[in-house]
Design a protein around this ligand. Structure first.
Ligand code: S3P
Length: 170
């Protein structure tokens, strides 16, 4: 099989990286790797527990190590954790060796999704204003991805199709 660059999905929490990533992998007949899941598997505990017991600094350290290890593979669909691309070392490898897509949504859509999901340690106590500030700060980094996909008016199959078309024509 021809060796192709990894397809990397990035974006804020709640942007659908895992859902879209697994559908894309099926469509493109590639393996799917979710960095968060892989990290939980390797550490043997949930991300919430890692934040609670060992703290965010420790989490970021292993997030960097595992993301970089996985990004060295080829022909994979990889979804990063929401903070992965903010790390300069991870970002450098993504920009050099993969085709990257930012799943972009309106702030209000992301805020509503995050408020409904109580599992994310970083945002569990955040109010709407704090979340919007974080989305704004992160978006200034996410925009460096190779492609920005405006997802707001698309259903998930349309998002998958759009990304697959770009990737396959590279
Ligand atoms: C984080 C996002 C989470 C997870 C961790 C930190 C972040 O991943 O890696 O809770 O800093 O944005 P998802 O974006 O998959 O929820």
């Amino acid at each position: 099989m021809e060796s192709k660059k990894n397809l990397v999905l990035l974006g804020f929490m709640g942007s659908g990286k895992s859902t879209i990533g697994s559908l894309l992998a099926i469509k493109l007949n590639l393996d799917f790797i979710d960095v968060d899941h892989q990290l939980e598997k390797e550490e043997g505990i949930s991300i919430s527990k890692i934040f609670a017991v060992k703290g965010e600094k420790y989490f970021r350290k292993i997030e960097e190590k595992i993301s970089i290890k996985l990004l060295k593979l080829n022909n994979k669909v990889i979804s990063l954790g929401g903070g992965g691309f903010i790390n300069n070392n991870i970002q450098g490898i993504v920009l050099k060796d993969s085709v990257s897509f930012w799943l972009n949504w309106k702030n209000s859509t992301l805020v509503n999704r995050i408020k409904r999901n109580k599992k994310r340690p970083l945002t569990i106590n955040a109010n709407e204003k704090q979340l919007k500030k974080l989305i704004k700060e992160r978006s200034e980094v996410y925009y460096k991805a190779n492609y920005k996909i405006d997802c707001e008016n698309l259903d998930k199959n349309e998002i998958v199709q759009k990304i697959a078309n770009i990737y396959e024509n590279k």
